[in-house]
Design a protein around this ligand. Structure first.
Ligand code: PGA
Length: 251
């Protein structure tokens, strides 16, 4: 199971360090059965990643990645810092798709580069626009763009985050999430050479907290969660971690 903490631009560097320290003290030596990944802002990545060594089960990631190996891009993390401090990268979050106009092509390019430097991309997808013939056309187009750019042996993660569930306190309907997770797995299965391809985990994100997490973890095809606001305090995030690490909460 994966539990990802998207801190967005919500914390100062001091508060990011404080939160990471508190999590370090309370997590270390426990919860070996889950993948915990923290996504601080770019200023805080180095300090937070140095707190968790490679033997720790906590990993650190960037909230976005470089566009190309030689592309000069103001505002982007440098390729060397990216490769050195990040184990994962979030790509294609709806906020970036909507506010910055990031395209599927750009997201796919960033994902391919991340894989080249050994960073695992977590690609966020949303429901997209449907057509009369295929209500999931937009979702599949987001996935296919990624699949076209990435070797079938490469590992990545998909996070399904419906736009109206992000930051609203109103999570998606679990039945709908289960249905979409099935479509995501099927689209990936059809496009890849299944024998040599690694399993691609599918996560749910959008207003997840310790009260509603159970209904998402128990869903077929869902391998974890991407948490925003409920990951911003150690107490709240720890409550979620405890539930994710203990299958009795969802099996
Ligand atoms: P939220 O954010 O948990 O605050 O809804 C999730 C996200 O945007 O990744």
């Amino acid at each position: 199971m994966y539990i990802l903490a998207n801190w967005k631009n919500s914390l100062s560097s001091e508060n990011s360090k404080r939160l990471a320290e508190s999590l370090h003290t309370r997590i270390i030596g426990k919860y070996f059965n889950i993948n915990i990944v923290l996504f601080p802002d770019n200023i805080s990545i180095e300090a937070v990643s140095l707190m968790f060594d490679s033997a720790s089960m906590v990993r650190v990631g960037a909230q976005d990645g470089p566009l190309g190996p030689k592309t000069t891009l103001t505002g982007s993390i440098s390729l060397s810092n990216f490769g050195k401090f990040c184990a994962y990268v979030l790509l294609g979050h709806s906020e970036r798709r909507m506010l910055l106009g990031e395209t599927d092509e750009m997201i796919a390019q960033k994902a391919a580069l991340a894989i080249d430097v050994g960073v695992i991309p977590v690609i966020c997808v949303n429901k997209g626009d449907g057509t009369k013939i295929d209500p999931h056309f937009g979702l599949k187009a987001q996935l296919e763009s990624i699949l076209d750019h990435i070797d079938s042996k490469s590992k990545f993660v998909i996070a399904y985050e419906p736009i109206d569930a992000i930051g609203t306190g109103i999570p998606a309907d679990p039945e709908e999430v289960k249905n979409i997770a099935g479509i995501i797995h099927e689209t990936i299965f059809i496009s890849r050479n299944v024998k040599s391809s690694p399993y691609i985990p599918v996560l749910y994100g959008g207003s997840v907290n310790d009260k509603n997490i159970k209904s998402f973890l128990s869903l077929e095809g869902i391998d974890g969660v991407l948490v925003g606001s409920a990951s911003l305090t150690a107490d709240s995030f720890l409550r979620i971690i405890k539930k994710v690490s203990d299958p009795k909460h969802y099996k």
